[in-house]
Design a protein around this ligand. Structure first.
Ligand SMILES: [Ca+2]
Length: 247
């Protein structure tokens, strides 16, 4: 996903600490809170970068909102959902219930239970349904809004539906598992783009998580995956803190 220039890219591959590095180059790190479980087996079988676990109680990774854009945006993440009740938010840009937009799992009040959907705070809590989110399985989820104002929700790179509902301009936080709607899941490779990624790109992101590396591409011979560029960057986030400066 790095080659498609995300504004925000939390790989969530840190082994310790409380900062989630931003691998996009935008310097938009998140802060881990509540005891996020680092070092979980990641979604990408093509590399060893790890994922983060959220307990559905109080774990989150957040920062101040990274963009107020309401069109030409894409949210993307891998989620390994562990079930549970409640209205759980995977990745949100804005203030749930008030403004912004995000990817969420329904509890039956906004959409059918255990359903992935697009939530638009203050507008619609179930703008587009993506069908039942599988349990205990890495699933690639994304939502993109075009310049013309059409949202498309994707599961594993496949469109599940569209909506032309307009979001309220985001304020507040960009967050995985917001405090108001905590998530019981592992999350990996969370990204936000200030452009609308199309179906072909999102399907490629999904497929490349497990793809066999091409032997014919000079680029791929030196970069074993689309994420390799990000992997090679220094990753200061969620890194061990200097002695004596623990939480
Ligand atoms: Ca990762």
């Amino acid at each position: 996903m790095i080659q498609h220039a995300p504004l925000l890219y939390w790989r969530l591959g840190e082994a310790s600490g409380t900062t989630a590095a931003d691998a996009s180059g935008s310097a938009l790190p998140g802060t881990c809170a509540g005891g996020v479980a680092l070092g979980q087996t990641g979604a990408l079988t093509t590399e060893t970068d790890t994922a983060a676990g959220f307990d559905g109680v109080d774990d989150r990774v957040s920062r101040s909102v990274v963009t107020t854009a309401t069109a030409n945006v894409t949210l993307e993440a891998w989620v390994y959902w562990r079930g549970g009740s409640g209205h759980q938010v995977i990745l949100y840009n804005g203030t749930p219930g008030t403004n912004g937009y995000g990817l969420s799992v329904g509890n039956g009040s906004c959409a059918a239970g255990s359903t992935l959907y697009l939530i638009l705070g203050g507008v619609s809590c179930g703008a587009v349904s993506g069908g039942t989110l599988p349990l205990n399985t890495w699933t690639h989820v994304a939502a993109a809004r075009s310049a013309a104002g059409t949202w498309t929700l994707y599961v594993n790179g496949v469109s599940k539906g569209t909506s032309t509902l307009a979001p309220v301009a985001p304020t507040g936080s960009t967050v995985v598992s917001p405090a108001t709607n905590t998530l019981n899941a592992e999350v990996d490779e969370a990204a936000l783009y200030t452009r609308s990624l199309g179906a072909a790109i999102l399907l490629a992101h999904y497929q490349r998580a497990t793809a066999t590396v091409s032997k014919t591409s000079s680029t791929l011979r030196t970069a074993s995956s689309p994420w390799a560029e990000a992997r090679s960057r220094p990753s200061p986030g969620c890194a061990p803190r200097p002695a004596g400066r623990g939480r």
